[in-house]
Design a protein around this ligand. Structure first.
Ligand code: BDR
Ligand code: CA
Length: 313
């Protein structure tokens, strides 16, 4: 089977960085057509720069990186420096990138790619707020039925929220965008907090990254060291949740994940529960299923895959 063509839409972020590294380390499974940056964890000038830093760390400076939307569709940007540090990639000390940013706007790249590649052959992998994807769908509704699948990190049901008591960060930052994406009709697979909070970088798992002894292994260990202090304090958990790599791992090893094909709607009207993913896990409504909502992960298998692939870079 030829590798699956993907566009990674991202707001790096240490966990975004690991997701990108996993994809770039897996050319037999994934062909990264481009990386599109969006404002999220930190503002756009930092996310597009961080995406290029990560490509260079991976030894893949020919990867195309595009800058996209610098603010949500209808709201002021909310960022997460309290989790990711002021650069968004705090932890390792990595050089400024020398590879260029592409001239084209990320939204135009997404639209052009979906129109140019054969229908049903390009998968979108959003790892941040859904602004770029929603704006592309708004501007070019014809692309919706050309998308092979949207595999995204966002939302929560049993874990409820991380940025508010009711909402997960990526969906909360741009709920209007999420609403557009969830209604677009393309096949959608979601990695919610319910899954990602089980993908914890425990000490032995982090030691395994560091023991790779490569610049990538050491940088990933330093990123998760930094990122972990927040979750340990907040949740008392055993380590940092590697949210976004669940998306790229799923594309390589879908058998590591289980979930349900259900209806998922986005709350945009309530101040109290803004950005909540109302997931009909128990099938108590007759609203039609629009997404596969993952609920569990084989976390040992996930970390074995990650360590094996990162060792290649
Ligand atoms: C999501 O929010 C960001 O902080 C992470 O990069 C991840 O995409 C988790 O809620
Ligand atoms: Ca992210």
């Amino acid at each position: 089977m030829p590798p699956r063509k993907i566009i990674i839409d991202t707001d790096p972020g240490q966990d975004d960085a690991v997701a990108i590294l996993l994809a770039l380390a897996s050319p037999e499974d994934l062909e990264v057509l481009g990386i599109t940056a969006v404002a999220g964890n930190v503002p756009l000038p930092l996310t597009e720069k961080n995406a290029r830093i990560v490509c260079e760390l991976a030894g893949k400076p020919d990867t195309k990186v595009f800058a996209g939307c610098d603010a949500p569709i209808a709201r002021k940007l909310v960022t997460a420096e309290h989790v990711h540090g002021k650069t968004g990639l705090d932890g390792p000390s990595l050089p400024d990138p020398t590879m260029p940013l592409q001239d084209q706007h990320a939204v135009d790249f997404i639209i052009d790619t979906l129109r140019t590649e054969p229908a049903g052959t390009v998968t979108l992998c959003p790892l941040g707020p859904l602004t770029n994807i929603a704006v592309a769908l708004q501007r070019a509704p014809d692309i919706a039925n050309r998308i092979q699948e949207i595999v995204l990190m966002g939302g929560a049901y049993f874990e409820v929220g991380n940025i508010t008591p009711a909402a997960e960060f990526n969906i909360y930052v741009d709920p209007e965008a999420a609403k557009i994406v969830f209604a677009c009709g393309a096949p959608i697979t979601i990695m919610p907090l319910d899954v990602t909070h089980k993908a914890l970088v425990t000490e032995p798992r982090n030691n395994a990254f560091r023991a790779l002894g490569t610049p990538v292994g050491v940088a990933v260990a330093q990123m998760t060291d930094f990122f972990e202090r927040f979750d340990k304090e907040k949740y008392g958990s055993a380590g940092a949740p590697l949210h976004d790599p669940c998306v790229t791992a799923y594309l390589i090893r879908p058998d590591l994940f289980t979930g349900r094909h259900i209806n998922v709607e986005i709350e945009t009207g309530s101040d109290l529960t803004l950005g909540m993913t109302v997931a009909d896990w128990w099938g108590v409504t007759d609203r039609p299923a629009n997404a596969t909502f993952m609920g569990d992960i084989d976390s040992d298998g996930f970390f074995a895959l990650l360590t094996e692939r990162l060792a290649r870079l």
